[in-house]
Design a protein around this ligand. Structure first.
Ligand code: SAM
Ligand code: SF4
Length: 355
C-alpha cells in the first residue's frame, strides 16, 4: 500500500468496502500472529509529569489532579496479581516523573524479574540513555514510546521540549532498539491539526521503524488542557481534519495490521472509552491481538486521568481480568499463554526467550 492508497482507505465510507477492509485485516492478523489474545497487566505507577503536552491531563501545570507515586511494594503486589491472573507481561507506565530514579527503577525491575516469570514493559516517557541502559540491564524487556504524530511541526506544537533538551522520539526509539528492547510506539487519531496525509505518514513510519508493538487510539479532549479548551482555534478546514472517531480508529488499526502484519497491536482503553459495549471486541476483530487489563489499585487509578470518562476506571483488577477473558472468549478467540513476544522481534533475534 502506498500513501495514496492508505489515504483512500482512511476516507472510505462505503460499508461494503469497509467490511472488506475488516476482513482483510482480520485474516492477516490470524495468519501472522494467530488467534491468541495476549493480556498485559497495566500498572500506572505514577501520575507526576514534568511535561507540558497540550493533549494530556497529566501535564505538569494541571492542578486539578491529586498526584501519586506508587511504592515498590505496591508495584510488586500488582506483579504478583498479574501472575495469579495468568498474565505474561507487566506494563509499568507513568508520566515523565523524575522521582522515578535510575537506581530505584532498576531495583524494582530486578525484584520483579527475580520473583516472577513476567516480561516487563516500560512506558516512562523520554528518559536518558543511561537510565534506559540501566533498566535494560536490570531485566526490562520492552519499551513503549508513542511518537504521537509523524508531522514534526504538529509534534513540536503539541509536545513542547523540556528546557535545553530537544524532544526527538523517533531518534530515541532507534536508541531503545539498539539497547535490545522490544520496541513499541504509536500515535493518536484526530489530534487537532492532523490531516489524512499525516495519518498515512504515521502508518508508513510504523513500517519503516519495524515496530514490535503499535498502539493507536483516538485523541480524547481533556478540559484541563490547551486542546480541551473550547476556545482552542481549529487550524484546519473540517474536510481536512482527521476526526477522532471510533470508525477512524478501526480504519487505522486495520491498516496498521496490513502494513505491519507481525506486530503486536492492542485494542486500547481509549477505543473502549468511545464504545464501552463493544469497542475492545471490534478492535480485536479488525486487526488487534492484545488487551491491557488494568492492575492499578483503584485509589490511584482515578487520578491517572489522561482524558476524562476513561473506561474501566472503577473496576477492581479482579473484575477487569474476568471481563477481558469473557470478551475474548465471546468473540471465539483464545487467551495467549506466556509472554507473547512480538513475532517481529523473534524474527530479528532468533535467540530471544519465548517460553
Ligand atoms: N508519559 C509517557 C509518555 O508520554 O510516553 C507514558 C504515559 S502517556 C499518558 C501514554 C500515552 O497516552 C501517550 O503516549 C499518548 O499517546 C496518550 N494520551 C495522552 N493524552 C491523551 C488524550 N487526551 N487522548 C488519548 N490519548 C492520550
Ligand atoms: Fe506527561 Fe506522557 Fe502525559 Fe505527556 S503524554 S503530559 S509526557 S504523561
Amino acid at each position: 500500500m502506498n500513501r495514496e492508497e492508505i489515504i483512500r482507505w482512511l476516507k472510505e465510507n462505503d460499508q461494503e468496502r469497509l467490511t472488506q477492509l475488516w476482513h482483510w485485516a482480520d485474516t492477516t492478523r490470524a495468519q501472522f500472529v494467530g488467534d491468541e489474545v495476549y493480556l498485559r497487566g497495566l500498572v500506572e505507577l505514577s501520575n507526576h509529569c514534568v511535561r507540558l503536552c497540550a493533549y494530556c491531563g497529566l501535564r505538569a501545570p494541571n492542578r486539578n489532579i491529586a498526584r501519586y507515586r506508587m511504592t515498590a511494594a505496591e508495584v510488586l503486589d500488582c506483579a504478583r496479581q498479574a501472575v495469579a491472573f495468568g498474565y505474561g507481561t507487566l506494563v509499568l507506565q507513568a508520566g515523565e516523573d523524575l522521582g522515578i530514579t535510575r537506581a530505584g527503577m532498576a531495583d524494582l525491575i530486578r525484584k520483579i524479574k527475580e520473583e516472577t516469570p513476567l516480561a516487563v514493559t516500560l512506558s516512562l516517557g523520554e528518559r536518558t540513555e543511561d537510565e534506559l541502559q540501566a533498566w535494560r540491564e536490570a531485566g526490562a524487556d520492552r519499551y513503549l514510546l508513542r511518537f504521537e504524530t509523524s508531522n514534526r511541526t504538529l509534534y513540536d506544537r503539541l509536545h513542547p521540549p523540556r528546557p535545553d533538551t530537544p524532544s526527538d522520539r523517533l531518534a530515541l526509539l532507534r536508541q531503545i532498539r539498539q539497547l535490545g528492547y522490544e520496541v513499541g510506539s504509536g500515535m493518536m487519531i484526530g489530534l487537532p491539526g492532523q490531516t489524512f496525509d499525516d495519518v498515512a505518514g504515521d502508518i508508513e513510519a510504523f513500517r519503516e521503524l519495524e515496530l514490535d508493538m503499535i498502539g493507536v487510539g483516538p485523541f480524547l479532549a481533556h478540559p484541563d488542557t490547551p486542546l480541551g479548551d473550547p476556545a482552542h482555534p481549529s487550524s484546519l478546514p473540517a474536510d481536512e481534519q482527521v476526526p477522532p472517531t471510533e470508525l477512524m480508529t478501526y480504519k487505522v488499526i486495520a491498516l496498521t495490521r496490513l502494513a505491519c502484519p507481525r506486530a503486536n497491536i492492542p485494542s486500547t482503553t481509549a477505543l473502549a472509552t468511545l464504545n464501552r459495549h463493544q469497542g475492545r471486541e471490534l478492535g480485536l476483530k479488525r486487526g488487534a491481538n492484545i488487551v491491557m487489563p488494568n492492575l492499578t489499585p483503584a485509589r490511584y487509578r482515578v487520578h491517572y486521568e489522561i482524558y476524562p470518562n476513561k473506561a474501566c476506571i472503577q473496576e477492581t483488577a479482579d473484575a477487569c481480568s474476568t471481563c477481558m477473558e469473557w470478551r475474548i472468549r465471546g468473540i471465539g478467540r483464545s487467551l495467549g499463554a506466556g509472554r507473547g513476544d512480538s513475532p517481529n522481534f523473534q524474527c530479528r533475534q532468533p535467540e530471544a526467550v519465548t517460553e
